[in-house]
Design a protein around this ligand. Structure first.
Ligand SMILES: *[C@@H]1O[C@H](CO)[C@@H](O)[C@H](O)[C@H]1NC(C)=O
Ligand SMILES: *[C@@H]1O[C@H](CO)[C@@H](O)[C@H](O)[C@H]1NC(C)=O
Ligand SMILES: *[C@@H]1O[C@H](CO)[C@@H](O)[C@H](O)[C@H]1NC(C)=O
Length: 397
């Protein structure tokens, strides 16, 4: 009972905070976003709920009322997971506490219907086959999703992956995927969809390893926006780029190319109408299932390189993008490279919003190439920026 009460209070405070955050974030210019988001008073509102334990209820009635509410609104498995968990050996100096609050994205409770469906399953049974529901919740901010005590949907019979190095450029067996969430029901459909399907799909032709993927980042194209991997690596001493991240890396051809150069790259991807994470893993490189909203799960000053193509663009709310680029700066080591590959926006936005935003973070410019994006017609005045940025070796703090 006590646990439920605390959870309910914790979440109502956080909901309020996120509502404020939503209301305050918008597509205004850098000037306004710096003035408001760096000096606004959201911080003091976050701290009481996130750091200090919630105050005890004043009366028994109030206590009962709140816990009834929690029980009615939140699925029992959700409460079981998020309730404070006592450490078996009591107070721990590292935690500075005798309990843990297992984390979920604070917005989870803003979507009670979806959350209830997501957390309804038989404990120790099979999870529902609900990838679309889970991804929607996650993309809206319920990230991380709560853990579940059930077994995820999987094909009735799977096979071992192809061995390295064959796996890097092979289409995996269809049995490595649960196809429920996707329009295509097998890899041959995904490979051909660039030619056969109308309409937009994220990374529509990426599953075709014999198509455009084959030469990405290895062949110098005619455009000043296309850097090659070798040209980028040549900026640093041989061997000094060893580990890194590709944000929104599609089917992870970047990571595969880097692996062929003995560089370890982790690739973040969603599964937007395609089994991107399964495919990446089947190739033999590491997929990371986090959205662009999630704090990068790496320590400060650690990675040698971060690459991102087509993903960081003007569809991302400006404040979120500003936080994101600072997070990239944070995890890159001094001397680390940020390869912003084909950042996309419209005409004046580059000069007025995005160039100042990127420049404000503190990278040194190694390459900075701007070009027109013409695939949807010149009248739309669309622009690309490809940049190679370096975190300073000295005085990066
Ligand atoms: C949990 O599920 C497994 C597999 O179905 C079963 O073997 C086991 O007995 C179950 N355990 C409990 C405690 O129900
Ligand atoms: C793959 O799926 C498509 C429909 O999405 C179907 O027409 C085709 O026969 C399937 N191919 C194989 C090899 O299963
Ligand atoms: C990668 O490492 C292996 C084993 O150390 C080595 O034989 C190979 O030459 C390296 N490849 C490249 C491209 O550096």
């Amino acid at each position: 009972m006590d646990n439920n009460l605390q959870t309910a209070r914790l979440f109502s405070c956080n909901n309020l905070f996120f509502l404020l955050l939503l209301l305050s974030s918008n597509l205004i210019t850098l000037f306004i976003s710096i003035t408001f988001s760096s000096s606004c008073s959201l911080k003091p509102q976050l701290q009481p709920s996130a750091v200090e334990p919630p105050p005890p209820a004043s009366t028994e009635d109030e206590k009962r009322e709140t816990s009834n509410l929690a029980a009615a609104d939140l699925p029992p498995e959700f409460i079981a997971f998020t309730s404070p968990q006592k450490l078996p050996f009591g107070f721990n100096k590292n935690f500075d506490s005798d309990q843990i609050f297992p984390p979920v994205g604070s917005p989870c409770t803003l979507f009670p219907d979806e959350l209830r469906r997501y957390m309804s399953y038989k404990v120790n049974g099979s999870c529902p086959d609900d990838e679309i529901l889970a991804q929607k919740l996650l993309l809206r901010g319920c990230e991380p999703l709560p853990r579940r005590r059930c077994r995820p949907a999987a094909a009735a019979a799977s096979a071992e992956p192809y061995p390295l190095p064959d796996s890097l450029w092979s289409t995996p067996p269809d049995s490595s995927v649960v196809w429920t969430a996707y329009t295509c029901k097998n890899y041959s459909c995904l490979i051909n969809r660039g030619r056969t399907q109308k309409g937009f799909d994220d990374c529509k032709d990426c599953f075709d390893l014999n198509g455009r993927e084959k030469n990405r980042w290895t062949e110098k194209r005619t455009s000043n926006l296309d850097f090659t991997i070798d040209e980028v690596l040549a900026v640093k001493k041989p061997g000094s780029v060893r580990i890194g991240l590709d944000i929104g890396g599609g089917t992870a051809t970047f990571a595969v190319r880097m692996r062929e150069r003995n560089i370890t790259i982790v690739t973040t991807s969603m599964n937007l109408n395609g089994p991107f994470n399964n495919f990446i893993a089947s190739r033999g490189v590491v997929p990371l299932y986090i959205s662009i909203s999630q704090r990068l799960p790496f320590f400060d000053n650690t990675l040698d390189i971060i690459h991102s193509m087509h993903v960081l663009s003007n569809w991302i709310p400006t404040d979120l993008l500003h936080f994101f680029i600072f997070d990239i700066y944070r995890v890159l080591r001094p001397g680390g490279l940020f390869w912003l590959d084909h950042f996309f926006c419209v005409g004046d936005q580059l000069a007025e919003v995005y160039a100042p935003l990127i420049e404000s973070v503190g990278f040194e410019k190694v390459k900075w190439e701007v070009g027109r994006k013409l695939d949807r017609g010149p009248e739309l005045n669309e622009m690309y920026l490809s940049a190679l940025l370096e975190k300073p070796l000295k005085n990066s703090w």
